[in-house]
Design a protein around this ligand. Structure first.
Ligand SMILES: *Cc1c(COP(=O)(O)O)cnc(C)c1O
Length: 428
């Protein structure tokens, strides 16, 4: 191992603490130290090259070191890196808010509140949904409905909406007033006096990510919108994972012509370059916060509307238009389906492929269809084995995530699926 790698790993072991990680185990292993990227490829400190199979945890859109995105950050640096959005406007934020709202039918999502990451975009929507009710004197409408196995981030409020037991178990009792349902049918069976206390419903549209990439039945989102409209309940869409082309449309809600009352975006907003998020909402919600200090929205973060983040988000939207990204994506989505169908045919351990757009979950089970014992950690073993075939991704339990940058070519896709096939064969 190179001297540099050794030093960085020792520094990590001595002082760093990783997200969602069993640290004792982590410190016994040799992590990859990622030092460089170009397009859909990443390099570690030992000089090995890997395909970025999960878009660097679902963030990267146009590839790494994209000339247009890099240039936008450099150009912004010539002006200023950061200025306060509390008390001041900034050019890139004004431009970005206009561009984002223009992606939706006019007169719908008209206002943009910037924050830092998916969790804060959700936190912001929840706080707005609650204060909207208080500002209007609807003091008893303070509950939320969320879906079983949903995931909405890790700040305390966002986490309390989540329904993934292994993440939220310990913290559940500290959060918001949340009722959980598992399907539209269950929601439709709830009595009206119950829904009268609900401020908003939150859902990951089209597909639940952390729930092992589980798609909703077609029509679910449109039905949910109707349910909300009939009861005066707001709809919050968490498009943190699905936003910016992942599902084959710019936003997942466009597949069912649904416009929410709050739309949360983060991961792909900056093309995967910088932490930045936005909560979009309607003029009607915004208006409820006008008129008097007691009505204002007392919420914000130091780096709100960071100019570098806004500049690269604008450049990412430019690339979507100039390179006709969504158009060129369609054949690649079909190619991914073909390649994964081939994988399933040849690999007895592949139980089910769940794909929506350019997002896929590949669920592994034993050849007889039963699950692997949880402590075998088969998904992790497969992803670890994939390193030596030049593929980086992470599992969710025994479901392997394949969610590459939208810039991936068909050849690169074939490379990734081939690497995965070899890794699965090695673990079978
Ligand atoms: C990643 C994610 C979040 C949380 O975003 P962070 O940027 O990690 O805080 C929320 N919701 C969904 C659907 C996500 O995939």
């Amino acid at each position: 191992m190179r001297e540099d790698s050794r030093r960085w790993i020792e520094g990590d072991r001595a002082h760093c603490w990783h997200p969602f990680t069993r640290q004792a185990e982590w410190c016994r292993e040799e992590p990859l130290v990622l030092v460089r990227g170009e397009g859909v490829w990443l390099w570690d400190s030992e000089g090995h090259r890997y395909f970025d199979g999960n878009s660097s945890i679902w963030t990267n859109i146009h590839g790494h070191r994209h000339p247009r995105l890099d240039a936008a950050i450099r150009a912004q640096l010539e002006d200023v890196a950061h200025t306060s959005y509390l008390g001041f406007a900034n050019p890139r934020a004004s431009e970005l808010a206009a561009r984002l709202t223009a992606l939706f039918p006019s007169g719908t999502l008209e206002r943009v509140f910037f924050s830092d990451d998916g969790s804060t975009a959700i936190e912001c929507a929840v706080r707005m949904a609650l204060q909207y009710r208080l500002n209007r004197g609807e003091d008893t409408r303070t509950g939320f409905i969320a879906f079983e196995n949903g995931y909405h981030g890790d700040t305390l409020g966002a986490a309390s909406l989540g329904g993934v037991g292994r993440f939220t178990g310990l913290m559940q009792r500290f959060g918001l007033d949340v009722r959980r349902v598992s399907s539209m049918a269950e929601l439709e069976a709830t009595p009206t006096e119950w829904s009268n206390h609900i401020a908003a419903v939150i859902v990951e549209p089209l597909i639940q990510g952390v729930n092992e990439m589980r798609p909703w039945p077609a029509g679910m989102l449109a039905a949910l919108r109707r349910w909300c409209d009939a009861r005066g309940v707001h709809l919050i869409l968490d498009e943190v994972m699905t936003g910016f082309g992942r599902t084959g449309r710019m936003f997942a809600c466009q597949h069912e012509d649904v416009v929410p009352d709050f739309l949360c975006v983060a991961k792909g907003l900056t093309g995967g370059y910088l932490p930045m998020a936005a909560t979009l909402t309607s003029g009607a919600v915004y208006d409820a916060f006008l008129g008097g200090a007691d009505k204002a929205f007392y919420y914000g973060h130091s780096y709100t509307a960071n100019p570098l983040g806004c500049a690269v988000a604008l450049a990412s939207l430019d690339v979507f238009e100039e390179d006709r990204v969504l158009e060129t994506l369609q054949p690649k989505i079909a190619r991914m389906a073909e390649l994964l169908a081939g994988l399933k045919e040849r690999s007895p351990l592949v139980h089910e492929i769940r794909q929506r757009g350019f997002i896929a979950g590949i669920e592994l089970r034993q050849p007889d269809g039963s699950r692997f014992p949880a402590d075998a950690r088969t998904g992790e073993a497969v992803c670890r084995a994939a390193w030596s075939h030049g593929l980086l991704t992470r599992p969710i339990l025994d479901t392997i995530v394949l969610m590459p940058p939208l810039a991936t070519t068909e050849d690169e896709l074939a490379f990734a699926v081939d690497a995965l096939e070899k890794a699965i064969a090695q673990c079978g």
